[in-house]
Design a protein around this ligand. Structure first.
Ligand code: ZN
Length: 325
């Protein structure tokens, strides 16, 4: 068991980011582009299922917080499945829109189609990584965007299965800022498909409850513990580490943090204004219209939670308040 745990700690990220993404790249570059088998795009779906299955398995073997593995207690698997379906449908729609965008903006000559495909994917990912980080930063600064982004932050635990939670409107804005400029200058559909897969896997890995080890590379990637700090629910404590994969942008913006003033615990995730963050998918989808930042929690959430025990976020708040007394 100890060997298995160590293998997961060191092998999880390479398997997900290089192994599964490499498989998706091979499917697209070889089967679709080289051999002309358009149907092979469908193989991306089982690879995505494999990514989620791997994250759930790895979290069993080598968790950061074992309490985050209790799916029954958290009761969010069904809602998160709905979020995954919404997110991936949104991503597919984005790819389907590419021909329309190309028709509207005929500047395709700029894209370096002569480069090897892997380098096109890499360049697209670095540009998208920066754009997503910047959009993420703004989502914490502008109240209108924060209403949408709060849907991602309300969750009481982080694991691979809730990595892609996003309000569909927020996802659309992300894609307009992060992906559309690439499409406008001519990113081809095969590159966009691999990029979309890579972003999904990055979001899964970023939120995975896996005690990963990256050695000296740890501080260069906004995943795992580095990203936990971003989800801390106390005031402005979590206003750091906005990066998707790379931390270089946070270093440039001065928003990078390697350690908070205290140890992050399993109960620290969430939004402090929303201790009774709703569990159902539809309540989460209407959240931006009922939640007013700075005004405290909407009455309806308090009523919904009145009969239940304290939420993890409330317990964490009580602990901090007790410690301060
Ligand atoms: Zn955020």
């Amino acid at each position: 068991m100890k060997f298995l745990r160590e293998a997961v700690r060191y092998g999880y990220i390479p398997f997900m980011m290089l192994g599964l993404t490499g498989a998706a790249y091979w499917v697209v570059s070889q089967l679709v582009v080289a051999e002309g088998k358009t149907w092979a795009y469908a193989l991306i779906f089982p690879l995505l299922v494999a990514a989620y299955a791997t994250s759930l398995l790895a979290e069993r073997i080598a968790p950061v917080f074992p309490e985050w593995n209790d799916h029954g207690e958290h009761g969010d698997m069904l809602t998160n499945t709905g979020h995954i379906a919404l997110y991936e449908l949104g991503a597919i729609n984005g790819v389907l829109l590419i021909p329309v965008i190309c028709w509207l903006f005929p500047f395709q000559g700029i894209w370096p189609t002569q480069w090897p495909m892997w380098s096109q994917v890499l360049m697209a990912f670095v540009v998208a990584d920066f754009a997503f980080m910047f959009m993420h930063y703004l989502s914490h600064r502008l109240p209108l965007l924060w209403r949408l982004h709060a849907v991602h932050h309300g969750v009481g635990r982080l694991y691979g299965y809730n990595g892609v939670i996003r309000h569909p409107l927020h996802q659309a804005l992300d894609m307009i800022v992060g992906n559309m400029p690439l499409v406008i200058i001519g990113m081809p559909v095969p590159v966009a498909v691999v990029l979309g897969f890579l972003i999904s896997v990055t979001l899964i890995v970023q939120h995975s409850n896996v005690d990963t080890r990256l050695g000296p590379l740890q501080k260069h990637f906004a995943i795992g513990r580095i990203h936990h700090m971003h989800h801390v629910n106390w005031g402005t404590e979590g206003d750091c580490n906005f990066g998707l994969l790379l931390t270089i942008w946070d270093r440039m913006f001065g928003t990078y943090s390697e350690k908070l003033g205290r140890e992050v615990t399993a109960k620290d995730m969430g939004v402090d204004e929303l201790p009774n963050f709703p569990k159902s998918l539809w309540e989460q989808l209407i959240l931006p219209w009922v939640y007013v930042p700075g005004k405290g929690e909407p009455e309806r959430y308090k009523q919904m939670a009145a009969a239940k025990a304290k939420t993890p976020a409330q317990e964490a708040r009580d602990q901090v308040l007790h410690a301060a007394e």
